[in-house]
Design a protein around this ligand. Structure first.
Ligand SMILES: [Zn+2]
Length: 461
């Protein structure tokens, strides 16, 4: 294994939870409905019909893109992707080829206590195909799903292990749900994943495999693990022509060959002639889900006891809101609350959940205090910069412990009344003393240490 480098890229399909389908007025929720009853001439692909793009689907895609820090180009278009399959009556799928709605972006995840940001390549919008149901003797087709709006989220090949791929899916699911763009229920097929995996040997020879349609976090992990073991244990034996597409048999926990992977040129993409180019500058993301900000405000107010004012400020900027959502589950209650206040009230140079996690961990370990963290936030450009600045504050702290002691003596002497109150049992007045000392130190002290030193001084120990 150590001789091989593993690179994984994921393509995730998420069904959008819009009211109607992507290019027609059919209900987008066909859960529990009889097969082929939630259909119309457009989603059945009848000749002579014209697709009408769903504005809500486009807005939800842009909203997701904004939340994941994607670039939103001014213009975007739809294309036809040709292939023949029984669940695709038109003989082509309306998708996006060279002008997707969202470019770049990233998703943060935490694995074994370490934060990582996974770069995205793009997010585009397309329509889902129908569903084939395999019976014992024959296969039947249900076209209720045909035309469901589907976003495809494509990562760069930067994921390095099955565990990381699984965490990526978890993070993404959470964001999709919090933004209310998809129900993202993997069991119901709302969220599906194709994994591209490259195994590169030290002599740079490599193999590329695509595993299709993984529909649970566990399967993503198990399929990748199986494939890595298969490829690395018999590297020479597994070399075949071109890329290979494989499926995953969840019962046997192993992958099996399906077909040679198509290249883009096999699909004969061309611009969809029936849909004009989209000018994204004319679209207002706020139009979609006007109820979302108020739901968010109420939720974080109740769950984290955040003031409604702070929560509202977070909803004014989708980048702030999505950063907060990513931080949930990564930070403890106090740190999360602190971060929300920073996001709402501080001039932060770079809004990035990883940087906020690093700073909060440092505060939790009493390496720096909150006001030091704020000054770092205002100037730090990246993680490395933050680590350096934390180091600098730490070395300043330890430099002059006698100096700190002198300041403590001075503060205690000049606040005799407060000292008496403290000795009379009003212990919370310690906070006042800490504040005074930190003020004298211009925010440079370590509150934990100062608190200990103050206690010794006041208790006369
Ligand atoms: Zn329809």
């Amino acid at each position: 294994m150590s001789d091989f480098k593993i690179i994984i890229g994921l393509e995730i399909h998420a069904q959008l939870n819009t009211k109607s389908k992507m290019f027609c007025c059919c209900d987008n929720d066909s859960q529990g409905k009889k097969p082929n009853t939630v259909v119309c001439p457009i989603c059945l692909g009848m000749p002579g019909t014209l697709p009408m793009p769903n504005k809500e689907a486009i807005l939800k895609t842009l909203k997701l893109g904004k939340a994941l820090s994607c670039e939103i180009p001014n213009y975007s278009k739809f294309d036809r992707k040709h292939y023949y399959y029984p669940d695709l009556p038109k003989g082509y799928q309306i998708s996006q080829y060279d002008m997707p709605l969202c470019i770049g972006g990233n998703v943060s995840l935490e694995l074994n206590g370490v934060m990582k940001s996974v770069k995205l390549n793009r997010i585009h919008l397309e329509e889902d195909a129908g569903k084939l149901i395999h019976l014992s003797k024959n296969t039947i087709v249900d076209l209720n799903r045909a035309g469901t709006p589907l976003v495809e989220i494509v990562t760069e090949p930067v994921i390095s292990s099955p565990a990381e791929a699984k965490e990526f899916m978890r993070s993404l699911q959470k964001i999709l749900r919090q933004l209310n763009v998809s129900n993202a229920d993997m069991e119901k097929g709302h969220l599906r994943c194709d994994a591209n995996i490259s195994v590169i040997r030290s002599d740079q020879s490599s193999k590329i495999i695509e595993i299709k349609n993984l529909n649970s976090f566990k399967f993503v992990y198990r399929a990748l693990e199986f494939e890595i073991n298969r490829l690395t244990s018999d590297f020479e034996g597994n070399i075949g022509p071109g890329k290979q597409t494989r499926g995953f048999d969840s019962k046997r926990s192993q992958t099996y060959p399906q077909r040679l992977k198509e290249e883009a040129s096999d699909y004969r993409y061309f611009p969809e002639p029936d849909i004009p180019t989209i000018d994204t500058t004319l679209l207002k993301i706020e139009e979609v889900d006007s109820e979302l900000p108020s739901t968010f405000v109420l939720r974080v107010h109740e769950e984290y006891n955040l003031s409604k004012e702070v929560a509202k400020k977070l909803t004014h900027n989708l980048e702030l809101m999505s950063c907060f959502i990513v931080l949930e589950g990564k930070l403890n209650h106090d740190s999360l609350k602190r971060s929300a206040n920073w996001l709402a009230n501080e001039k932060i140079l770079r809004i990035n959940p990883d940087l906020l996690v690093t700073l909060n961990r440092s505060i939790e370990k009493s390496e720096i205090n909150s006001s030091q963290a704020k000054s770092i936030l205002r100037s730090a450009v990246d993680e490395e910069d933050i680590v350096q600045q934390i180091k600098k504050f730490r070395s300043n702290d330890g430099r002059d412990i006698d100096g700190v002691r002198k300041i403590i003596d001075k503060v205690v002497e000049s606040n005799k009344k407060e000292k008496e109150k403290y000795l009379a049992g009003k212990k919370q007045i310690l906070g006042f003393f800490i504040g005074q000392v930190l003020g004298e130190l211009k925010g440079n002290g370590n509150p934990e240490e100062i608190s200990q030193m103050l206690k010794s001084k006041l208790d006369g120990k």
